[in-house]
Design a protein around this ligand. Structure first.
Ligand SMILES: Nc1ncnc2c1ncn2[C@@H]1O[C@H](COP(=O)(O)OP(=O)(O)O)[C@@H](O)[C@H]1O
Ligand SMILES: [Mg+2]
Length: 268
């Protein structure tokens, strides 16, 4: 596992876990090591522990979010949550009716998680069968809308932090990133919904269906005009040439931009 994951090795030993040979992807993320493991009784779990080295990834992620939020007209940055802070967020997410792995045990810099069976949303969205991708993208918008309706902000939903379960439900995995100023709930909720809508539109979900998911889930609570404004912000972001090449910064796509513009117009 290399010297940088000494902390993970120590934790595995302390917790009586062994590394399991699994096809779990993405062992080293920007902030954490993710190690598939199992108990002596054979239960399959996941150990997440914070990286102590900083490869510059934190700065890159922060810059990337600054660019998106700036394009949308917000000066709100992001901050990194500790792994123990995320326990409360995961609890709130589950209470709102959205799946997330149960956290069996945790410390300040680690979590031991239930292992969910599913495929990363980013893989499912790229599925050869367009219907499968569209269903997943639509389920994703509803999931985000349900959380926003419960006043829960969970940024950084880019496809690699969600699993599509066998039931078709979308489970959320990773709550590392929070907004620096969470008091700006309405503005930030509009940003999250616009980003989720963008994902759905990009994968061919019918614009009317996206608009309906937004209006049906959120109309009583949220001003569609704020979401329209955030969609226009994302349109502007699509035109920024020097966008960071992280998850959502896909190549400029004129069809997607037309859809963003049209949805913004329809919402107000
Ligand atoms: N509890 C879990 N059950 C199943 N797969 C998981 C679980 N936690 C993480 N994974 C897999 O590991 C990948 C990275 O996990 P994530 O928690 O997002 O780590 P990071 O902090 O490195 O971004 C995910 O995309 C997912 O495929
Ligand atoms: Mg992640």
């Amino acid at each position: 596992m290399g010297t940088r994951s000494e902390r993970a090795a120590t934790l595995l030993k302390e917790l009586g876990l062994v590394v399991s040979s699994s096809s779990l992807p993405g062992a080293v993320g920007a902030f954490n090591f993710v190690v598939p493991c199992r108990t002596a009784a054979g239960e399959e779990l996941v150990l997440r522990c914070r990286r102590t080295d900083d490869s510059g990834a934190r700065r890159l992620v922060a810059d990337y979010w600054d660019t998106i939020l700036w394009a949308i007209g917000s000066g709100c940055g992001i901050r990194l949550r500790t792994l123990s802070e995320q326990v409360e967020v995961a609890e709130a997410v589950r209470t709102a009716g959205v799946e997330t792995p149960r956290i069996r045990r945790h410390g300040e810099d680690w979590q031991l998680l239930e292992r969910l069976k599913g495929r990363p949303l980013s893989h499912v969205l790229g599925h050869a069968d367009a219907n499968i991708a569209q269903r997943a993208a639509a389920a994703f918008v509803s999931t985000v809308a349900r959380l926003l309706a419960a006043d829960i902000l969970v940024p950084d939903r880019w496809g690699g932090n969600e699993l599509v379960l066998e039931s078709g439900a979308v489970a959320l995995l990773d709550f590392d990133i929070a907004y620096a100023d969470e008091a700006r709930t309405d503005e930030l909720a509009a940003v999250e919904l616009a980003l989720a809508a963008r994902t759905a539109l990009r994968w061919g979900v019918d614009r009317e269906a996206v608009g309906q998911a937004i209006v049906v889930e959120l109309l009583e609570w949220h001003q569609p005009a704020a979401i329209a404004e955030a969609l226009r912000g994302l349109y502007r972001w699509e035109t920024v040439k020097s966008r960071h090449s992280l998850a959502l910064a896909t190549p400029r796509d004129d069809d997607l931009m037309d859809e963003l513009e049209a949805l913004a117009r329809e919402l107000g």
